[in-house]
Write a protein that binds this ligand. Structure first.
Ligand SMILES: Nc1nc2c(c(=O)[nH]1)N[C@H]1C(S)=C(S)[C@@H](COP(=O)(O)O)O[C@H]1N2
Ligand SMILES: [Mo]
Length: 542
């Protein structure tokens, strides 16, 4: 035996093990490519069907729908508005892990790998079509994506299959453990699949953004009308301008945002329609944005508050809204409130993203300024806050009144229909509870002894605020100085000059509303109809 021959025999013995590892790694890569392909193709189809029907968004939304309120609260408290990003990244990581497993599975069982991809597609399809208002077509992106990806995986797994060993030449013994595969074929197929998927994905994103650019242009080109019924000027003393205190008007960029939308809907005002129909609607209406602009335009300052706001929490904001009176439209449609013999006691507002929000007809028509708003603080509604049109009802928590991206209003009864949040264990009806918050000093801050302004906001929409009191370490209540009141639908600032002495102190605040009722000190969580208790801030004075 020559030296030469010995070398090549050793090489032949080493090759199988090395190529087995290479095959497994490439199988995992095939899985990832197939997963990428599924998502990219699905996004392309979703661009045509509905951007929200893409599998990651659909599964994410389905997860949000099924998350118990306590967990949802946890996510909101810990991740804030990043909660949705965290959720989507989580889904992507899980998908990638699954893709690797399926890729390796396909190495041994080609059909099984592809079948597993189809099963996952089914999960996306059910999630998309099963959303409230989800249509059968919403299943398409996931289904098409999964079918194409299953094909790609089948193809790639085929390239990794062992090719038969070359027949041994006469006199040589059979090559043992021969484990070669079509490397070139695999590289070509994998590159082609990845490139085509990237192309499909980019095309999908382009399509979606071109549809959205119509909406962006419609918002950009909207010139807000001059309201026939303007809001009175905000009294000069409404903003105390104490450092650390929330400004009286909350700028749009700082306004809290609470919704279930993983993708902010971008609706074109030019093609927007609102239907008003249902029980006791004598004359069903369908209005365009131009129709709204032809009505009496009103402008009002209204403070919005979220039922998920903990005592002392950030989910409350005050804005100047422009729009039309909801009651005007309802009357035009022939709707009568229950007190005037109308058969419907609930308005169900539906948004383009399938949200349903139930509001009492009686409240919407009792003379308060319930609005269909399209202007917010001097600009068209930001997309995040419901462009082109949203509801705002003074005195009711957002989840029972403030439907964003509204497209449909149905008159029905509370007995006949539970809106989205009600199915998530929140109360059917929820007037805003009297609340107050200490904005400054911040919790756990270190202060110098002397006069310290303790300041914050208090709200009891549609009842107004008549008194705010502060106490230190459970001592006597001291009346705070109230800022000038704008109107009873807005929050009110307050300040108390505290003669602070050294030590650790707990500051507490409570408000009294316009009816004379004082905010309860009894602690209640946010579910089912809003938190109660006095906001308390502990500080260290030296
Ligand atoms: N379409 C839609 N509208 C919605 C919601 C939503 O999830 N989807 N959330 C509601 C809730 S719970 C609140 S508190 C307000 C918040 O409005 P904002 O995000 O403009 O502050 O919107 C309401 N309208
Ligand atoms: Mo809310």
């Amino acid at each position: 035996m020559t030296e030469d021959r010995e070398d090549s025999q050793q090489a032949a013995a080493a090759r199988p093990r090395r190529s087995r590892w290479a095959r497994t790694a490439l199988a995992a890569l095939s899985g990832l490519i197939a997963g990428f392909c599924a998502l990219a193709v699905a996004e392309l189809v979703a661009a045509v069907v509905r951007p929200e029907a893409g599998p990651v968004t659909a599964v994410g939304s389905a997860v949000i729908d099924r998350t118990p309120p306590a967990v949802k609260e946890f996510a909101v408290q810990n991740f804030g508005t990043a909660d949705k990003l965290v959720l989507q990244l989580g889904i992507l990581v899980l998908l990638a892990l699954f893709a690797v497993v399926v890729g390796v599975l396909a190495l041994r069982h080609r059909w099984l790998g592809s079948a597993a991809v189809l099963v996952f597609g089914l999960v996306g399809a059910v999630a998309a079509a099963g959303r409230p208002e989800g249509a059968a077509a919403d299943a398409l992106p996931s289904v098409v994506g999964a079918v194409v990806a299953a094909g790609v995986l089948y193809l790639l797994a085929g390239r990794l299959a062992p090719v038969p060993p070359p027949s041994p030449a006469a006199g040589e013994k059979e090559t043992e453990g021969y484990d070669a595969f079509d490397r070139r074929g695999f590289v070509v197929a994998a590159t082609a699949a990845a490139a085509a998927s990237a192309g499909a994905g980019v095309l999908g994103l382009r399509l979606t953004s071109s549809v959205q650019s119509g909406a962006t242009a419609s918002r950009h080109n909207l010139v807000l009308p001059v309201p026939e019924s303007a809001a009175p000027a905000i009294p000069p003393g409404a903003d105390l301008r104490v450092r650390g205190l929330s400004s009286f008007i909350t700028p749009n960029k700082d306004f809290y945002r609470v919704d279930t939308a993983l993708v902010v809907p971008r609706v074109n005002a030019g093609t927007w329609r609102l239907k008003i129909h249902g029980k006791g609607v004598a004359r069903p209406l369908e209005v365009t944005f131009q129709d709204l602009l032809r009505r009496e335009i009103i402008e009002r300052d209204i403070t919005l508050a979220c039922v998920s706001n903990e005592v002392g929490g950030p989910y409350v904001g005050n804005a100047r809204w422009i729009g039309v009176r909801l009651a005007d439209l309802l009357r035009e449609a022939g709707v009568r409130p229950p007190s005037k013999g109308g058969p419907a006691d609930q308005i169900v507002a539906r948004s383009v993203d399938g949200m349903t929000i139930g509001t009492p007809v009686e409240t919407a028509m009792d003379g308060r300024d319930a609005m269909l708003a399209f202007g917010m603080n001097g600009e068209p509604l930001p997309f995040e806050h419901g462009f082109p049109v949203r509801m705002v009802v003074p005195g009711l928590y957002g989840y029972v009144s403030a439907c964003k991206w509204i497209k449909d209003i149905e008159l029905t009864t509370f007995a006949a229909y539970d809106a989205y949040w009600v199915t998530q264990s929140w109360a059917q009806q929820a007037p805003i509870k009297t609340e107050s918050r200490i904005d400054t000093p911040r919790p756990f801050s270190s202060l110098k002894a002397g006069t310290v302004p303790v300041a914050g906001v208090a709200w009891a929409q549609h009842r107004g605020i008549s008194r705010v009191e502060v106490r230190v370490n459970g001592g006597p209540w001291h009346p705070a100085r109230l800022a000038a009141a704008d109107n009873r639908d807005t929050w009110r600032q307050w300040v108390w000059e505290w003669p602070a002495t050294s030590g650790n102190h707990a500051l507490e605040v409570r408000a009294t509303d316009g009816t004379g009722a004082t905010q309860t000190g009894e602690h209640a969580g946010t579910v089912p109809n809003g938190a109660t208790g006095w906001h308390s801030v502990t500080v260290d004075v030296s």
